[in-house]
Design a protein around this ligand. Structure first.
Ligand SMILES: [Zn+2]
Ligand SMILES: [Zn+2]
Length: 127
């Protein structure tokens, strides 16, 4: 698509990328919000930015996530208290790991049936 075409089906007075980014974050000023209400082209750009940010956030989450075997150890009570606290903290912030842990806990009775060690309910003593 050429630049002319972009302008044509786009917007005569675009608020600029920074304003659109702010709008995607829910931090747009009144002028930008008013513009978005009357400009489907910019409104759809904001929707695109939002979708992009959601994907980015998902990746960032996974970047800082503990490895799966750490979660398994957590599940089984094998972590030292310091690691355990860190994972507990992470689980409070990260819906992905929290969901993974739920899956692991659900799979635990299966693992037991197949002869794998079941997660113990040992509570680690606090340091
Ligand atoms: Zn516009
Ligand atoms: Zn995580």
């Amino acid at each position: 698509m050429s630049i002319e075409e972009r302008l044509q089906d786009g917007c005569a007075t675009p608020p600029g990328d920074n304003a659109l980014m702010a709008a995607a974050d829910g931090e747009a000023d009144e002028a930008t919000l008013a513009h978005l209400r009357s400009c489907p082209s910019c409104a759809s750009r904001v929707a695109e930015i939002r979708a992009f940010q959601a994907r980015l956030r998902l990746r960032l989450y996974r970047l800082y996530c503990p490895a799966s075997d750490i979660l398994v150890d957590y599940c089984q009570g094998f972590l030292d208290p310091y690691q355990r606290a860190a994972v507990t903290h992470h689980l409070g912030l990260c819906p992905h790991c929290a969901a993974e842990l739920v899956l692991m806990e659900r799979a635990a009775p299966l693992a037991e049936a197949f002869g794998y060690p079941a997660p113990s309910l040992v509570i680690m003593p606090l340091p």
